[in-house]
Design a protein. Structure first.
Lengths: 240, 280, 240, 280, 240, 280
């Protein structure tokens, strides 16, 4: 890989966009988080565990995980109708499926846990950024998980494998590979691809996305640590 | 447990009971006076993808508003007018009660109150944004979302909508007119822009009545316990451009009492907007 | 106010359009009424109190009031889709809210009372005419109320404050102020305004609308008295 | 209580039992004979805003119908035909069972039976109302609403729809053709009108069979107890233009027996329309 | 009737299109059948009797029959939206109503029986072909019936009464008369007509449709016999 | 009974338990090996009314696909591209679980996986089917329906969609261009056709993992018991054009293990298509 290769936004091939995760940003939610990744701005609120309603749909041996991925009308270049699109319905499903691998649902029979993902501004790779934030929001809500879930994308743009595909790169590039993993259990829980990749390119992109995910995992931990410290401070203040 | 707490969480019930106890003593959470607004934070340009945007924090109530422009066909009875669409949703992140799905009557009422304020105030010169009369005009979308709901959504959302509009940039009408033949192939986001000049700033103030006492800017718990909620929207001229009785009833005298308070408070919010660079 | 000022339909500023209320017009409803106000023709049917369904939504300490304001496809100048518009949903809410102030819902725990308002022909100020008729229909259904509810509008047209805004005046006028009151309790239960009014004009319009509402209150009472007399007659006949 | 009364009020159950007892003795409420219609009242022009309208009372069944005209694009397979849309709703005022919301299968069936009667009868000369073939034609909306439902909605709604159409006035096609360039800015309600001449009058007659006995114009209680309900729509020529078996089954002989009764009764309703000024 | 009269597809006036019914074509359904009639290709699956859900809607004295008539997007000349049209909703109702006359619903209180009719290719007279196939599917599911239900259409094309109206004949013809009967009980359970027919023509068409239905009734029986024999064979094989 | 069998019939539960027992012994129903597909039958031209069609039997899973062409307006950001719409429904005939009604998330996911395979593979030359750039292009509808669902819908539906497209005939673009003035009156089914030449054939292969064992073509019972389901779609060049993790998770090594199996199996299905006359 030539080191002087520059991407449309000036990044090196294996560089993430600027990112920042904040936990505990919503007052009413049981858990919440915000991620900014490039121009992506995504807010996640978690409600639960709470009694599932209606009762006859509840499961006797575990909680039901509900997940909605939703884009605000002003989040995209062309105004998006607030009605859920087929794309949003698919993404809600794959994100839920990924998080179900981590959340210990058996701990909460008859209950439900609701995850609401609101994409306020979208700039490519929103699904993996959403998972990354949702995982932090679940942790803040105190929901027991086997591991964190963290996502990142890689892809092929102008013949080159690059990390963390932005919107323009997604449109003009040759392939997009979003993944999400449980970093300690070393398991892939979301994996999608579209475009064209040889097996070798697929492997290269996959490994690059893994590396990106691990970097974002550190940011997840930092965000949670920050929150804990802020809460300790507040406690300290109120004890004064 | 009393039926009025149906569908409420324990935390909410405690908040509501607390609000009632405080109001009975003319007090409010955080040492707030009956006629005091909570802290207001207005940030514009928070959504780069939109033509205009703003995020408003009113206490713990958080609203994001975005303005978009598209080309469209005018309504048959107003061929010389641009089109305005105001749509708001309370996102399911906002509270336990908030639900995903198509707007319910509460969300529709809020959107329509804010729509009327913008529309009736003369804020937008609708005739200015006509490309070809009867054929092509600019459609102005004002979308707002409640991210967290701690009451008084209307005042907060109105501030966000007004701030987003007042700081928006619009594709140059002259440019569109000149390139009208290619208009089907034009990406509207790539057209050169100019400042979207608003001609008025409507300010909405929601007033509550609790046991005969008038209060402003009710939080979520207070909204549950007040007998009455009414919103007045004022212009910079002091005129009223929209009224909505949201909840309960009031005596004839209370109509004018709440109106006077709203007027005073509209001046205050207008000043805050001005301090954020938003004025006529 | 110059006395020779004439409105588009020849009315004086403080004159209502011709009106007529009839109670008990629908055979199947528990209560019903019809109002004609200018070309407005509105029919209201009330069903209830009846057991609320589904049961888990019922309230243990009071009845649920349901209200639907609906316009027929042929009621407006342009054909209206029968699907409820955002406007109809808002009006259903403000009308219900106004009537809730009057109906003694605590009398009927676990029950519901349904009010169906059908605007067959619309010519301005339909929301307040609807309330006026709905109140009569509730009375005919024998639903206990603290007071009648009666509505009227005022507004500003060509610089003048006028009573009972018609359709053309609404479109071309400067402001519209619909109100509904409980005339004996002297309380406002519906209040909306749009347009532009100074505080003085608002006061003048509000007081004019009050006066109009009181005139229509007399018509409400007349309609109910008429019905009672008609029923007595029928009873008399059947006793012969 | 028997399951067949599920969702019925006590008053309805009493009516139904009474209807059954009477029919067992060949009797009906109000001394009506098996082959007698209830009182029919037809009033046209009841909705001034529509291009045509009628209110029909058939006993206690009340229907309002309105006719509207709009400009639209023809269907691709019939470029030389105006468009007809017939939609009916049973308003929630009509009975305890009637529900608000999108049309259910019952409302759709009724609308489609009346639509077929109008469409197949040749009542409307569809080729006459074409402005530009393949591009612009007149869309004819026939909307009807059941205000109160005491049975036999189809016969009543058909009378209302037919009366509204036969007395409608239509924007002059010639005028629209001459002003086609401004057509986007034309308010169709302001175009000069002419009489909408109908070329046929379809009459629907619904026949019931109770325990082998044939009866006409069933009321709501009778509809519940009859074994069979069938509607025949006749033309002025004596031809049939639409049949719909609505409920139950019937023997081969009963098909022709009910057809004959429907034919006789169609003459009667045709006469009533004529007395109201509606004829060819 | 002149014997040398030929129809658009070469048939004589009283001739059915080529037909073929097969029972038991779907592995998962409790009963199923397929009909080919001309280019019509219709598949029917029956599920039930099974507990009705939700329970409060179930009937204590009989089963609920549910029926959906549905056309595939590719079944028609112009692509059909998969959303049920008003026509499909009406046909679902008249088909259900016809089958309710035959199925002994009282045998299964609290239960429901679902009939799903999928029109994969449509070429006129689909509703009666659907009933004919549905009746076979119900029989295969072992649902007790008073009689089979079999349907056929007749109509008037170019002034002539003809049997089994095809798509072009339906569009260009003067009248269409679909009927369904219980052949042994000699009862009509579906009867519709549109177009223009004198009483005499109606009678002629009705009787012709009856004859067609009886011919298809033989095919229904053959299809069921075939299935029984095939199952016997399979049983024989598995016993070997 | 364990909660995981909620909403399952007894027959299904038996099948599922049996599948689990067999897989524990590395066995499958009908003596099938872990890496064996069930019998595949592909028949094209089964729907004469469509421009292209195919019926595929994969064991007891049955899919019908139809291709239709219409004229439409291109998307504003791709004025020089034809439009592709892939929509699939699992018909309520397909299984006890299958429900009538608008597509649920499962149906939407399947449709979108197949859509991406077709779209990203370069199978269709989208620029070839533009009549007038920015104004009129061909809309390509690929509709498929699951008639009976015994698992592995994606592989079966992909084969059906691909076979329907590869054998479709399309209205001649040249002819449409020449007759564009009458286009509103043209019935697209009556336009002379030519062969719809596809430029690639994407093949989808769904791989399951049960207790660490890799298997292909899971049937309905196996889909319930496997831990993981993943679909890879390959091109004739050996490149991957789409991946979808449908269920569960997998180790990093398993990603490449399943990919290799999918590649081998894609060659096998490609051969079967070829034997049915479908190849590049």
């Amino acid at each position: 890989m030539s080191n002087n290769f520059k991407r449309i936004d000036g990044r090196t091939p294996d560089q993430l966009r600027p990112y920042k995760i904040r936990a505990g940003i919503l007052k009413n939610a049981d858990g919440s988080a915000e991620i900014k990744l490039g121009k992506n701005w995504i807010v996640v609120g978690v409600y639960g565990p709470k009694e599932h309603f209606p009762k006859f749909e509840a499961l006797q041996d575990r909680a039901i995980l509900f997940c909605r991925y939703h884009m605000a009308p002003y989040s995209t270049t062309e105004r998006k109708s607030p009605k859920p699109s087929r794309r949003e319905i698919e993404l809600s499903k794959v994100i839920r499926s990924a998080l179900e691998e981590a959340v210990i649902l058996e701990r909460f029979p008859e209950m439900s846990i609701d995850i609401y993902i609101e994409v306020l501004q979208a700039e490519g790779s929103t699904r993996v950024a959403s998972i990354t934030a949702a995982s932090v929001a679940l942790a803040e809500a105190g929901i027991p998980m086997k591991d964190m879930v963290v996502g990142c994308s890689a892809g092929k743009v102008n013949g080159k494998i690059v990390l963390d595909i932005g919107e323009t790169e997604d449109k003009e590039g040759e392939a997009d590979l979003p993944i999400a993993i449980m970093p300690n259990l070393k398991k892939v829980v979301l994996l999608q691809m579209d475009g064209k990749l040889t097996h070798e390119e697929f492997k290269e992109a996959f490994e690059m996305a893994l590396k990106g995910a691990l970097e974002l995992y550190e940011e997840q931990k930092r965000a949670l640590k920050d929150l804990i410290e802020k809460m300790k401070e507040l406690e300290g203040e109120s004890n004064e | 447990m009393s039926e009025k707490y149906k569908n409420k969480t324990l935390a909410e019930i405690i908040n509501i009971e607390q609000a009632k106890n405080l109001l009975n003593k003319n007090l409010r959470k955080g040492d707030r006076g009956l006629l005091d607004y909570r802290d207001i934070k207005i940030e514009t340009g928070t959504i780069k993808k939109a033509f205009g945007s703003a995020t408003v924090n009113l206490g713990d109530t958080v609203v994001v508003a975005g303005v978009n422009f598209e080309l469209g066909t005018p309504f048959i009875d107003t061929p010389n007018n641009a089109i305005l669409l105001v749509e708001g949703e309370i996102l399911p992140t906002a509270s336990v009660e908030a639900e995903a799905g198509p707007p319910d009557e509460h969300e529709i009422e809020i959107s329509r109150v804010i729509d009327r304020g913008i529309r009736e105030s003369g804020m937008i010169n609708f005739e200015k944004y006509v490309i070809i009369p009867g054929e092509t005009v600019i459609k102005i979308f004002v979308d707002f979302n409640i991210i967290n709901d701690d009451g008084n959504i209307i005042d907060a959302a109105n501030l966000a909508a007004v701030a987003a509009l007042a700081t928006a940039e619009i594709p140059k009408v002259e440019y569109i007119r000149e390139h009208i033949d290619e208009v089907n192939n034009i990406n509207i986001k790539e057209i050169p822009r100019e400042s979207f000049k608003v001609e008025e700033i409507p300010i909405a103030n929601t007033i509550g009545i609790f046991d005969g006492k008038v209060l402003v800017d009710p939080d979520a718990a207070e909204e549950e316990v007040v007998d009455t909620l009414i919103t007045f929207t004022h212009l910079s001229t002091g005129e009223i451009c929209s009224v909505q009785l949201l909840k309960g009833g009031l005596t004839y005298e209370e109509v004018f009492k709440t109106l006077d308070v709203a007027y005073q408070k509209n001046l205050e919010l207008r000043e805050i907007l001005k301090n954020n660079g938003i004025s006529l």
